[in-house]
Design a protein around this ligand. Structure first.
Ligand code: GLU
Ligand code: ZN
Length: 507
């Protein structure tokens, strides 16, 4: 339960809370959606309540079925399990709004019958004209109530013209005040809340109708969602009232602060990467994504920045959500990702990089037994060194590339294969060829003696230069001696020889 700082409304009796996440599948879930989902989920878990997933897919012009799948997939990936929703049928289903159209139609008829709604015959052109005129006169530019009181003759005339009406909600005069668990008391003057469309001429319900009807019918107690929806709240409250719900049974609202990009504008495709599946593809761990996104507006106190989903579920408190916008910081996300990568058990880490190696074509999918073994052996070499799993193929590619395909990075080669490179490569090849035991310690001792003691190279030049580039293909990568051990003697000697050839031809 939350403590009293939220005015008492956020700490409902355990078991009674019903909170929903209600994405519209018109694109991949973005950072802001997922932050909302995390808070919805955490609030439900913290209070012992129910987390409801409702898909708001009534807008057939924008919705695509594959986005429903990808949204579910992203939530599962993050570990945000829902108690009711697609695939988890509960007593309030169906949970896809497209399967609930008769419910909305029923409420539209009731509202038309009891006067909460009316038919509006205005054409888009007429609306635009009157809006422009109102704006020019300095008045409010929303719907002007033109069709509120049409006479039967006017209606007949419109119908004779073949006009098909939309259904508008008759917004009462006055104002709406409610206590938002994050923002405190919020008031909207209805002068700025014009009559809005509930259903299109073809009967399709609009968001404001469907969201309000479902929050009531699904007995939602808490609406925790983004600030971008704040201005739709007075409309929703008016619909609840029209449905006959007493004010004290209204859900409690909590509007979460905007997530801003680096330029201080709301995070969008223009100033950052918003699609959570992109981060997944780049090798951000769900543990890191959940941790970082939760920090956008909340923290567990004592300045702790690293926590788990379980910690979030145990400690999340709406009363401590920040009112101020949060700034998305990709570098911080990456730092947290690095920390979470380091925390993984080695076998777990190996399992996580495997799909990335497979996607890069370095191993089969699933990997053959020998490949899996090599992955397990190589994974510890990079676990301390990468910030995203997607870096693994470049770091480990040299091990999984056959000798026919292996190439060295030409830029790195140009810098490394100069001066004494040929000599160093030859010395390394010679000492490794005769090494009695092939293990990291022996390899290191032999190379140190040959390159540092005998040739007089500085360790950085000896182990970071020509030998490293020849063997691994790049200047940056996993530790050299371990890499050589895993690569094996034959392949290592072959690559040193090829390095000598390259150095000799003067790259
Ligand atoms: N479906 C709405 C959206 O994705 C959110 C509805 C709500 O949370 O009230 O923008
Ligand atoms: Zn009208």
């Amino acid at each position: 339960m939350t403590d009293g700082a939220d005015g008492g409304t956020g700490g409902a009796v355990p078991g009674a809370v019903r909170v929903r996440f209600a994405p519209s599948p018109s694109g991949d879930l973005h950072v802001g959606n997922v932050r909302t989902a995390l808070y919805d989920w955490a609030f439900a878990r913290r209070t012992g309540g129910t987390f409801v997933l409702r898909i708001e897919d009534t807008d057939q012009t924008r919705v695509r079925p594959e986005y429903i799948e990808s949204a579910l997939d992203t939530l599962r990936w993050l570990g945000l399990d829902w108690d009711e929703g697609p695939g988890a049928d509960g007593p309030y289903g169906p949970y896809l709004q497209s399967e609930r159209l008769p419910v909305y139609a029923e409420w539209v008829s009731r509202f038309l019958a009891d006067g909460h709604a009316y038919h509006c015959y205005c054409t888009p052109e007429e609306l635009a004209q009157r809006r422009a005129a109102a704006r020019a006169a300095g008045g409010p530019s929303g719907y002007d109530g033109h069709c509120r009181q049409l006479t039967p003759e006017q209606v007949a005339a419109y119908q004779a013209e073949g006009r098909r009406p939309v259904v508008r909600f008759r917004m009462p005069a006055g104002s709406t005040t409610f206590t938002d668990l994050v923002r405190g008391e919020v008031t909207f003057d209805h002068a700025h809340v014009p009559d809005f469309v509930l259903a299109r001429a073809d009967g399709a319900p609009l968001y404001t109708l469907a969201v309000a009807v479902d929050d009531v019918l699904m007995e939602i107690t808490h609406v925790v969602r983004g600030d971008d929806l704040l201005s739709s709240t007075p409309r929703q409250l008016a619909v609840y009232r029209a449905m006959g719900v007493p004010d004290e049974r209204f859900p409690v609202f909590a509007h979460l602060p905007y997530v801003l990009g680096p330029d201080g504008k709301p995070l969008s495709k223009r100033n950052g990467v918003v699609s959570v599946s992109w981060y997944r593809d780049e090798g951000f761990l769900p543990e890191a994504m959940g941790n970082y996104l939760a920090l956008l507006g909340w923290s567990p106190g004592e300045n702790r920045e690293l926590f788990t989903l379980a910690d979030l579920a145990a400690e999340f408190d709406l009363a401590r959500v920040n009112k101020n916008p949060a700034q998305f910081d990709a570098r911080k996300l990456e730092a947290i990702n690095g920390d979470k990568i380091r925390e993984l058990k080695p076998a777990d880490f190996a399992g996580r990089i495997t799909p990335f190696l497979a996607r890069a074509g370095l191993v089969a999918d699933p990997p053959a037994a020998a490949q899996a073994e090599l992955i397990a052996a190589a994974a510890p070499l990079i676990q301390e060194r990468i910030g995203r799993l997607a870096e693994a193929p470049a770091m480990l590619g040299f091990l999984f590339t056959g000798e026919d395909e292996f190439t060295v990075d030409s830029g790195d080669a140009a810098r490394a294969f100069n001066g004494e490179a040929g000599q160093a490569l030859a010395a390394a090849g010679e000492v490794l060829a005769g090494l009695p035991s092939w293990d990291t310690a022996a390899i290191e001792a032999a190379l140190r003696e040959a390159l540092v003691d005998k040739l007089g190279l500085k360790p950085r030049a000896a182990f970071g230069g020509a030998v490293r580039v020849a063997v691994t293909g790049r200047r940056v990568g996993p530790p050299l001696f371990e890499s050589i051990e895993l690569l094996g003697r034959e392949r290592t000697l072959g690559r040193l020889q090829r390095g000598m050839d390259l150095a000799a031809t003067g790259i």
